[in-house]
Each structure stands twice: as structure tokens, then as C-alpha cells.
Design a protein around this ligand. Sequence first.
Ligand SMILES: [Fe+2]
Ligand SMILES: [Fe+2]
Length: 189
Amino acid sequence: MHTHGESPTEILKEEHRVIKRMLTILNVACEKLEKDEVSPEIFRKAIDFIRVFADRCHHGKEEETLFPLVEQRGIPREGGPTGVMRLEHEQGRNFVKVLADAVGRYEQGDRDAKAAIIESARGYTQLLAQHIPKEDDILYPFANRILGPSDQKELLEKFEKVEKERIGEEKHHEYIHLVEELEKQLKIG
Ligand SMILES: [Fe+2]
Ligand SMILES: [Fe+2]
């Protein structure tokens, strides 16, 4: 991944911008599914993006590199901001599990699964829509105040490692391309 001299939290904020575009896609897809104007295929693609780009890669960087460093610098995990963020990631995983299950049932002809798709997809987008600003506006600026230059350097190195192991540069771009493709398909923007 090209970092272009960005700081670790700038990289994470950039990923948030891509994730937020996917949240909009999901919300529009829900509106269309209500009217039977969209195939469940779009939800499959969104689930793949969420699992790999948002969870394995972005949340991986947070949970395995940024949060532990913040915790090492004296901010307790239990009852602290990183503990809350970890809990919300876990809630997100649960929504996606329910969503994936509902999409599977819907594809097999279970019409009742439609409501479960919409409910879990909206639960996920609402969760993330309030999770992301908490990180952008509170946790990241706070982390930048308590982390020193060597911490920042260490984070950048670890980010590259997570990026390489979990997703790879090519796949990262493919996911951004997927977002653009789905926006076009749903006529967003
Ligand atoms: Fe997060
Ligand atoms: Fe995040």
C-alpha cells in the first residue's frame, strides 16, 4: 500500500471514507430490496467487502496495532475507549453473520428472509455510522496526543504488514473499484 507520507490515523480515516461509501450502498440496496428492485447478489458483494476490507484489514489494524499501543501507553482497555470500539467491532461481526445467513436463505427462496436482510444491514450501517465519527473525532486525535514519533513509525510498519498479509495491494484496489462499480449500478452520486 502506498502511504504517501500519511500518518497512521490518516490512513485509517481514508479507509473510513471508503467504508462509509459502502454503508450508503447498503442503505440504497435495502430501499431497493424492499421494492424487489435489486438482486441479493449486491449484498453478497457488500458482505465480502465488509469481511475483508473493513473487518480483517481495517479493524485488524485497529485491534491488533493501534489499540494495543494506546492501551500500553496507560489507557485501560476495560471501561476505556478502545474497549468500547472493540465491542462495537464485535457487534458489527454479529450483524454481518445474521445478514449473510439471511441472504443465503433468501437466495434459496425464503421470502421471509428479506426482512432479516434489511434489518441486519441497517443495524450494521447504523452501528458503523456512529462508530466511525467516534474514532475520527475522538479516539484518533487522542491517540495522536499520547503516541510519540517512534510509536507512529512502528504503527506504519505494522499497518504495512497487516495490509500485505490480509489483503494485498491489488485486492485493496479491487475493493475500491467494487465500491465505484456498485455506486454506478445503484446510481449513487
Ligand atoms: Fe473501529
Ligand atoms: Fe475504524
